[in-house]
Design a protein around this ligand. Structure first.
Ligand SMILES: [Zn+2]
Length: 492
């Protein structure tokens, strides 16, 4: 038998099967009940929240001869005719590929012909914001004086791109992200129905990864089912989707907040060696700090997070840290995806970002100033002692990175991910760069100007000088630490 994706197989056919969007299904079924159907609807919302499914159910419901609780019966002649995707009464148009005025003019021509099977002819236009201006105008003319038997359902993920003239003629419904609880319910139903064994925690994890979209949730479920041979365990889901194990995230988060550079970089080393996508790791780590913030700030965190109790206990252990520290880390980890897209060396980028966080975490600790001009300030971490330098290159470099990020110079910031060592010699900040391409990019006048612009705000006398690293092999943790913090460093 041909395999059918879960998302297609479990597309709802009745109002009762729709997951979430109660505010919309109730309003629409009431309109059907009271026969107060509008001629134009606008469905707004993120992908995978049920816009097209609800549009199809609505189109069939208003045509069905014997609706059951407002839903299409699926048995009458009209229902049967409309279940053929080639029927001429429910017309679906994807504006992303049919955005020209000619297609809308053709639509206007065909609108003149009444429905063949039922009472209404329904046009479902997906991604309507993709229409060209002239196509919008053509559509508007139809919306102004539609024949009584025509219903338009316009769907969009970007409502702000629609002209006011269209908005004012439509009855608008805003689709919400589907809740974790609703997605879990859907998954359990689908698994039970398909005879697939599952762990409750696995279901929670898949629902979380679905991020409010039924389509994404079921696509991930599909992948997990294939990977696990119909027994969906938590561990298997983690492996299948490449998510980071919560234990690893907890360890990383603990080292970050404690300012423990040695162990932090050791864990990153282990993860990098396992071949994991480091961009995904950064994303997972950001999500983990979000959970810590939830535990710290919300009384009902158990209900919100829906995690196994062991995971909650670990989060509580981190909640002892100051909220400003937690939020500070979260802020620095958010929005890194952009930078990962630019970098050629994700590992170096991640390490620089994490070191950068440790520096700022230490700044936030009471009585532990990390000011640039503080002589003998006792360093980045409690396990790295005796840096006697009063003005280190790495400290200036750390400030530079923060400044570039804060000023949204993401591309330049990401480029500096390939810098392995910085030393101040005279009025120069020597930056040792891995890789010839990276060296060329950083040495480019435009980029160097950006770097020097922000460097001069930190120290007016310094200018950056990129130097190509002769040694091309990647550094191990201890070498990297020595490179960053100098020879006077003692690693316990
Ligand atoms: Zn019917």
């Amino acid at each position: 038998m041909e395999y059918q994706a879960l998302y297609r197989k479990y597309r709802p056919a009745t109002w009762q099967e729709v997951v979430g969007q109660k505010h919309i299904t109730t309003a629409l079924t009431n309109q059907i009940k009271h026969d107060t159907i509008s001629h134009a609807y606008l469905f707004c919302g993120t992908r995978g929240t049920g816009k097209t499914s609800i549009a199809r159910i609505f189109a069939k419901s208003i045509n069905c001869e014997h609706p059951q609780n407002g839903s299409p019966c699926g048995k009458c002649d009209v229902c049967k005719a409309l279940s053929d995707p080639n029927n001429l009464d429910i017309i679906e148009i994807d504006a992303a590929s049919n955005n020209r005025v000619d297609e809308i003019r053709e639509l206007r021509e065909k609108v003149k012909y009444p429905p063949i099977h039922g009472k209404y002819k329904v046009y479902i236009i997906d991604e309507v914001h993709m229409l060209t201006d002239s196509a919008f105008n053509a559509l508007l003319k139809t919306l102004e004086e539609p024949p009584t038997y025509v219903v338009f359902i316009l769907g969009t993920t970007e409502v702000q791109k629609l002209p006011a003239t269209i908005l004012s003629r439509c009855l608008r419904f805003d689709f919400k992200l589907i809740s974790q609880e609703e997605l879990e319910g859907l998954l359990e139903k689908v698994f039970k129905d398909s005879g697939i064994a599952y762990e409750k925690e696995a279901v929670s994890l898949i629902a979380r990864l679905g991020e409010g979209s039924a389509r994404d949730t079921l696509s991930i479920a599909d992948m997990c089912v294939a990977y696990t041979d119909r027994n969906v365990t938590y561990k298997a889901v983690v492996e299948a989707v490449g998510a980071t194990d919560k234990k690893v995230l907890h360890t990383l988060a603990s080292h970050l907040l404690a300012g423990d550079v040695t162990n932090l970089l050791q864990v990153v080393d282990d993860i990098a060696k396992s071949g994991k996508n480091l961009s995904q790791l950064a994303k997972d780590l950001a999500a983990y700090f979000r959970d810590v913030a939830v535990v710290k700030t919300c009384d009902n965190y158990v209900d919100i997070l829906k995690l196994p109790m062991a995971d909650i206990e670990e989060l509580k252990a981190l909640a002892k840290y100051d909220i400003n520290m937690v939020l500070g880390v979260l802020k620095k980890l958010s929005g890194l995806e952009q930078e990962f897209r630019y970098t050629q060396n994700p590992r170096a980028l991640l390490e620089v970002v994490l070191l950068n966080i440790v520096t700022s975490v230490n700044e936030l600790k009471p009585n532990k100033p990390m000011a640039l001009d503080a002589p003998n300030s006792s360093t980045i971490t409690k396990s790295v002692n005796d840096v006697k330098r009063d003005y280190s290159g790495s400290k200036v470099f750390g400030k530079l990175l923060i400044s570039l990020r804060d000023n949204k110079e993401y591309k330049t910031h990401a480029m500096l991910g390939s810098v392995t060592k910085t030393i101040i010699s005279g009025n120069e900040l020597d930056m040792f760069v891995n890789g010839e391409d990276n060296y060329k990019s950083i040495s480019n006048d435009d980029n160097l100007n950006v770097i020097n612009k922000y460097l001069s705000q930190i120290d007016n006398n310094l200018t950056a000088k990129p130097i190509l690293n002769e040694n091309k092999k990647s550094l191990n943790v201890e070498e990297m630490l020595r490179d960053q913090f100098g020879d006077m460093l003692t690693i316990r």
